[in-house]
Design a protein around this ligand. Structure first.
Ligand SMILES: Nc1ncnc2c1ncn2[C@@H]1O[C@H](COP(=O)(O)OP(=O)(O)OP(=O)(O)O)[C@@H](O)[C@H]1O
Length: 297
């Protein structure tokens, strides 16, 4: 995989205030990269710098191995703020204006409307669109020139659960076409569900970076339930591979060693005459890991 974007030592001061400090990041082609951080952590400023709309105080970034900024910008579809669409014009009429500015053929308009699921509503006026549809139209506008990179700032902000689900699904579809997506978000759940890789910013500093899969995965905690919970607890407390048994809310939570898996526990209980009604290996959530990262730093 080639590097789509390399950021080294990128810093932005507003007066004496440090918005982004010595940021180093590498984003590879095909990644869905989440810049995660609370409000004010420097996400938008970072996106502004890599889009050449905010001048860095120091540091560099390099698109596509060193393409000139003007050429690189043509390879990027970006939504930093809600684009201005004309309320009384339809989606097609609005996109015709954008296509004209971006010098894209009109034939792309119906293709991108199809891509974002607005084809059926293409002749409706923008003012009659829901917030989610407006956001999808913004993404359609960003896709008009078929850029290999898409940049989104808080793409689901203000949307209802259905709108959020639609945007997330759309991001998955766009990523599946091989595009590289860079998005800022303050939502852990969003980054967990949408991104392949992420970094965590706090007060302009990068606290962590890595792949989402790496940080998630299975824990060494297993939840079990049986008809006779006391008998089950007595049995499992005697197993040398189970280091801790906690009973709460009508179930046992077992802390196990690496030598034992949930299937072994199931078989062990069955052989001892206990049938399990529930057997679940707990998985990590980005929220738990995020809190751990914040605590460690
Ligand atoms: N033009 C500016 N002048 C002065 N301070 C600024 C300017 N732009 C941003 N800041 C400050 O820099 C810090 C980082 O802002 P930024 O918008 O990058 O954060 P963010 O992580 O995107 O947060 P949010 O999700 O709230 O937009 C904030 O404290 C903000 O107030």
């Amino acid at each position: 995989m080639s590097n789509t974007l390399e950021i080294s030592g990128l810093t932005k001061l507003f007066g004496k205030f440090v918005a982004v400090s010595d940021l180093n990041l590498t984003i590879e082609e095909g990644q869905v990269y989440g810049i995660l951080g609370p409000n004010g952590s420097g996400k938008t400023t970072t996106l502004g710098m890599i889009l050449d709309v905010v001048a860095p105080t120091s540091g560099h970034y390099k698109w596509f191995g060193g393409m000139s900024p003007i050429d690189a910008r043509k390879q990027i579809g970006a939504i930093l703020e809600t684009p201005c669409f004309y309320p009384y014009l339809t989606a097609v009429q609005n996109l015709r204006i954008t296509a004209h500015i971006k010098q894209c053929p009109d034939s792309r308009i119906e293709q991108v409307l199809e891509q974002v699921g607005l084809y059926e509503r293409k002749d409706d006026r923008f003012k009659n669109y829901s917030l989610g549809m407006k956001q999808r139209l913004s993404i359609a506008a960003a896709l008009l020139a078929d850029p290999p990179v898409l940049i989104l700032d808080e793409p689901t902000n203000g949307l209802d659960p259905q709108g959020i689900a639609e945007i997330r699904q759309l991001i998955h579809h766009i990523a599946a076409e091989g595009k590289t997506i860079i998005m800022a978000s303050h939502l852990l759940d969003e980054v967990q569900k949408v991104c392949t890789h992420f970094c965590v910013l706090r007060r302009g500093h990068k606290l962590h970076e890595g792949s989402v899969d790496e940080i998630l995965g299975e824990t060494n905690e297993i939840e079990v339930v049986a008809e006779d919970l006391e008998k089950l607890e007595a049995l499992l407390a005697g197993n040398t591979h189970i280091t801790k048994v906690t009973r709460a809310n009508g179930q046992l939570t077992l802390t196990v060693t690496d030598q034992i898996k949930s299937a072994d526990i199931n078989q062990y209980c069955f052989e001892q005459g206990i049938t399990l009604k529930k057997l679940l290996t707990k998985t990590r959530s980005l929220e738990q890991e995020f809190l751990k990262i914040l605590k460690e730093k």
